[in-house]
Design a protein around this ligand. Structure first.
Ligand SMILES: [Ca+2]
Ligand SMILES: [Cu+2]
Length: 321
């Protein structure tokens, strides 16, 4: 029996990626995934609260970082906390995320804007400030898994072939805002998506063709794939006899490191779907094909997750030989 808030998707073949936007989404390739069930929406604050109450789990953002893990950091700055978005007073150069991101000591899923803030009015919003291992711990507790990038994208497309958005090719059919993305000029003027700035209640925006909410927009969602500029399903040269790769995923971190940057020793995984901060003047990633690397220890006010469970015979990953 599936929990009521999961939707079963049949096994299928779909066109993964896009050649029309950012280079790391290309090329479009056929991919197969086995059947699985997926959470109808991102995991909410209330769901995450139940998990921590039952298990006593403490998230990464709530633990003081171990200096041994961060040799290049000033030890006095290694305090528990998380990254919080703050809009700027006016327009700023868009190549400097430090202007709108700040590390807030004491920020966590319980205190989304730092100590003194809480989740009043956010019970049905996606949980935020969860690092990869937090999402994984929740999934394990729930008897579920996190999706691969291919599974996530298959679900997000909702059965539409090669469409730009989760609902079709037109961003605002009949002028409607169909996902919680930034409305206005990033990062300073946000007129609100259906009245919401920041996260919004799960289920507020229409479901996609598979009945899934907030696949794009609201919060980014963790997937199991390690980031590589070339995504899953592109690994091997394809022989003419070979069917599309089935359940492809990138399971090794080798290509994921952000070399030459602070934290370059931390592997990065793929997050999908964009968030309430994606804006046409800055970041067109509220689309099924879009992807972004995120260091596995990072938590922010705009990243969450949802879970899956395999259905039927376990999907065997195949490689093309
Ligand atoms: Ca989302
Ligand atoms: Cu974005």
């Amino acid at each position: 029996m599936l929990p009521a808030d999961m939707i079963k998707l049949p096994e299928g073949r779909f066109k993964m990626g896009s050649a029309r936007f950012y280079p790391d989404e290309a090329p479009v390739r056929e991919v197969e995934v086995g059947a699985f069930a997926i959470d109808q929406g991102p995991v909410t604050v209330d769901q995450f609260a139940r998990f921590t109450e039952e298990t006593g789990y403490v998230t990464v953002a709530e633990r003081p970082p171990d200096p041994a893990d961060y040799p290049d950091a000033d030890p006095s700055l290694l305090v528990a906390g998380s990254a919080v978005f703050q809009s700027t007073p006016g327009p700023v150069p868009l190549n400097d995320p430090g202007r709108w991101w700040a590390y807030f000591p004491g920020a966590s899923w319980r205190h989304p804007w730092g100590p003194g803030s809480d989740n009043s009015g956010r019970h049905d919003h996606p949980v935020t400030h969860v690092a990869y291992e937090d999402a994984e711990a929740f999934a394990r507790w729930a008897g579920k898994l996190l999706p691969s990038e291919a599974e996530w994208e298959y679900a997000a497309r909702g059965g539409l072939e090669d469409a730009i958005f989760a609902w079709g090719d037109e961003e605002h059919p009949d002028g409607e805002v169909l996902a919680n993305s930034w409305q206005g000029d990033f990062p300073w003027r946000n007129t609100g998506a259906r009245g919401w700035r920041g996260t919004s209640p799960v289920g507020l925006f229409p479901a996609n063709g598979y009945g899934l909410y907030d696949m794009t927009g609201n919060v980014w969602e963790w997937t199991t794939d390690y980031y590589s500029p070339r995504g899953a399903g592109l690994g091997e040269t394809k022989s003419p006899c070979c069917a599309p790769p089935r359940n492809p995923r990138i399971g090794t971190p080798d290509a994921s490191y952000d070399l030459g940057q602070p934290g370059s020793h931390i592997p990065r995984r793929v997050v999908k779907g964009g968030s309430h901060l994606c804006a046409p003047n800055y970041c067109l990633r509220y689309r099924p094909a879009a992807r972004q690397p995120e260091a596995i220890d990072t938590s922010t006010s705009h990243i969450g997750f949802r879970c899956i469970t395999p259905v039927g015979t376990p999907g065997q990953a195949t490689t093309c030989v």
